[in-house]
Design a protein around this ligand. Structure first.
Ligand code: UDP
Length: 331
């Protein structure tokens, strides 16, 4: 297969890994990013970088036409849950409204395939875990709502136009490119594995454990951590499926179907680093659920994709290697 894919947010964490997976699979890539939270050092030099706003529709349409783009992968967006609570309109603008504009640009220029970064936050606090795609979507924050609204637009546009999509609902994305070409680079991390590897290399002096009284085996929160390179590979498989079966659209959980607790993650970091990182036990973080694990039977039945990097120690090792490298790139 070949052709050009436009990747919004391709200078960000997950987007840059998708760019690598696309390039490695033989696609041409245009990264479209406003660099508000992305970094040029994450963009592979084989890709063309366009610095622009998604809502600059003239620029977007010209880019789609000039490069003969056949599909869009849409990673750009805002992703901080507490910020979405304090500034919801930012989330409806950057996620929902920008997506509306991008989908319209796709339809207007004849781009027929669209892959969307959705989230397990669309489920809210599911009553049943592992959670499956057809279970209730009751987001408990504007971030989840802003993403769910985009899923709904895609559904309706696919019914009305010659256009199909795959929405991937990400669980807890972690790790970094095993070849060291990209990784999570944003300052002020809030995600557990990133925080733990920062502590491992001395950027922090402890890790806070938020909540020890959940209804889980050790009382701490359980999540389905997925390696970012596996997640990127799922996007490339989804792209082939959209092209091969233009009449079908898909909404797929992107997770491994297994969970690790906060303490299990911290044990893995200690094991990998041979350290004893200080843990400070604390109250629950508002809005956190106890367990969030994917039922991944649909993605396994839909795509040839199979987990390759589910090993927790491997995820931690890759995250740690990138964290060390980042210190050299940006001390
Ligand atoms: N967590 C923690 N300490 C931290 C960051 C996260 O105990 O410094 C916990 C959090 O309460 C949740 C799990 O780790 O149970 C994963 O949180 P993260 O922020 O990585 O992702 P989320 O599941 O909230 O999207």
């Amino acid at each position: 297969q070949g052709g050009t894919v436009l990747v919004t947010g391709g200078a960000g964490y997950i987007g840059s890994h998708a760019v690598l997976a696309l390039l490695d699979a033989g696609w041409s890539v245009v990264v479209y990013d406003n660099l508000s939270t992305g970094f040029t050092f994450l963009v592979d030099p084989r890709a063309t970088l366009v610095q622009g706003e998604i809502e600059d529709e003239a620029r977007m349409r010209a880019t789609l036409r000039d490069h003969g783009v056949v599909a869009i992968m849409h990673f750009a967006g805002s992703i901080i849950v507490p910020e979405s609570v304090s500034d919801p309109l930012k989330y409806y603008r950057n996620n929902t409204v920008a997506s509306r504009s991008l989908i319209e640009s796709a339809v207007a220029t004849g781009v027929k395939h669209f892959i969307f970064s959705s989230t397990a936050a669309t489920y809210g606090m599911p009553e049943i875990v592992p959670v499956a795609e057809d279970m209730p979507k009751l987001p408990i924050n504007p971030y989840g709502t802003s993403k769910l609204m985009t899923e709904m637009m895609l559904r309706d546009v696919a019914a009305a136009h010659d256009f199909n999509y795959c929405a991937l609902r990400y669980f807890n994305v972690a790790g970094a490119d095993p070849q060291g070409r990209s990784g999570q680079s944003t300052a002020g991390a809030t995600h557990l594995i990133k925080i733990a590897v920062e502590a491992a290399i001395g950027k922090r002096d402890h890790v806070t454990v938020f909540g020890t009284d959940y209804d889980t085996p050790d009382g701490t929160g359980v999540r389905d951590y997925i390696h970012v390179s596996d997640l990127a590979a799922a996007h490339v498989d989804a792209l082939s499926l959209l092209i091969d079966r233009p009449g079908d659209s898909h909404t797929l959980n992107a997770g491994y179907g297994r969970g690790y607790s906060v303490l299990e993650v911290l044990d893995a970091v200690d094991r990998v680093t041979n350290l004893n990182i200080e843990r400070r036990l604390a109250e629950r973080r508002p809005g956190d659920s106890g367990t969030l694990v994917a039922d991944n039977s649909r993605i396994l039945a839909t795509l040839p994709w199979r987990p390759q990097r589910a090993d927790l120690d491997g995820i931690v090792k890759d995250a740690l290697a990138w964290e060390r490298k980042l210190t050299d790139i940006r001390p």
